[in-house]
Write a protein that binds this ligand. Structure first.
Ligand code: IPM
Ligand code: MG
Length: 354
């Protein structure tokens, strides 16, 4: 297993270091794991003047999988857009063709009280958000800020989806649903957007090939509401890039903390990039208080999807479960009666539980 490790910025290096400990433990058990580190985001800019240095993209292309921390920091906010850390992330997603972004929102019984919703609304929750990741308004051209004849400036972006882009992510959604509760909810804004009208038409057509799966459609505003009203009605949600960005942050709070949410971004051959859904949290960087579990759980997804090692995925997930059962909590999921620990100690506890 050749894994590129890209810690990035902010809390990225601290949380990735915990996942690397887990990999080291698996390696000492005899797994053949090869790691190589590289810079991305602000760290890429600092090291090579580019948020996605050529060497980093090349390493990622030559690896079986990529483990990424997070990108972004206040000190980069004034750079020109192409030099900003986020561009490194968007370019590596696009450069590797990672169109299918899986963001599971799973409520661990131990954390049902950490959710901002009533425990009975979220207990047992298990939904999979499938976000299209390389199209939509994120990448559509033209875009920019132009000056009109009257001298006023105008910002513009283009929402775009081609049939083939919709079709391939829809297939992934139905295939995932086949292994779960066989329900797909496609989220769009077809009452307003032409892009969404095409989205709905293509998803409906692809559904014909999966008669065992029940397909429903929902407007994104309603989906945002339903996610906090009755989240357990969902199994798999399939949606475009920007709606998926927003809904996955919302869904993360159902689980108690965005610090618990892993993700997988896959290409057509299950090669993938694995990262926590949360950002670089520069305000808490270097303080040893960030929650490393989303990153460690992303490793589990790597074992499951890229390496087809369901046994290893479950071993890592069980270790996380056990650590929570033992009462260990980072600050973001702390509650009375549990033991507050730092990033490092949480990583060590997961390794011990492995
Ligand atoms: C995410 C993040 C990124 C996105 C940012 C950092 C560019 O919010 O992975 O959800 O918008 O895709
Ligand atoms: Mg986001």
């Amino acid at each position: 297993m050749k894994i590129a490790v890209l810690p990035g910025d902010g809390i990225g290096p601290e949380i990735v270091a915990q996942a690397v400990k887990v990999l080291a433990a698996l390696r000492s058990d005899g797994m053949k794991i090869e790691l190589e580190h590289a810079h991305i985001g602000g760290a890429g800019y600092d090291a090579a003047g580019d948020p996605l240095p050529d060497a980093t993209l090349k390493l990622a292309q030559q690896s079986d999988a990529v483990l990424l921390g997070a990108v972004g920091g206040y000190q980069y906010d004034t750079l020109a857009r192409p030099l900003r850390p986020e561009q490194g992330l968007l370019r590596i997603r696009k450069g590797l063709g990672l169109f299918a972004n899986l963001r599971p929102a799973l409520v661990y019984p131990e954390l049902a009280n950490a959710s901002s919703l009533k425990p009975e609304l979220v207990a047992g929750l298990d939904i999979m958000i499938l976000r299209e990741l390389t199209g939509d308004i994120y990448f559509g051209q033209p875009r920019g800020i132009r000056t009109l004849d009257n001298g006023e400036r105008q910002g513009f972006d283009t929402m775009l989806y081609s049939e083939s882009e919709i079709r391939r992510v829809a297939h992934v959604g139905f295939q995932i649903a086949m292994k779960r509760n066989k329900k797909v909810c496609s989220v769009d804004k077809a009452n307003v957007l032409d892009t969404s009208m095409l989205w709905r038409e293509i998803v409906t057509a692809v559904a014909q090939e999966y008669p065992a799966v029940e397909l429903s459609h929902m407007y994104v505003d309603n989906a945002a509401m339903q996610l906090v009203r009755a989240p357990k009605q969902f199994d798999v949600i399939v949606t475009g890039n920007i709606f998926g960005d927003i809904l996955s942050d919302e869904a993360s709070m159902l689980t108690g903390s965005i610090g618990m949410l892993p993700s997988a971004s896959l290409d057509a051959n299950n090669k993938g990039l694995y990262e926590p859904c949360h950002g670089s949290a520069p305000d808490i960087a270097g303080k040893n208080i960030a929650n490393p579990l989303a990153t460690i759980l992303s490793l589990a997804m790597m074992m499951r999807y890229t390496f087809a090692r369901e046994d290893m995925a479950q071993r890592i997930e069980s270790a996380v479960r056990k650590t929570l059962q033992n009462g260990l909590r980072t600050a973001d999921i702390f509650e009375a009666g549990t033991q507050k620990v730092g990033t490092d100690a949480m990583g060590d506890a997961v390794v011990a539980a492995l």
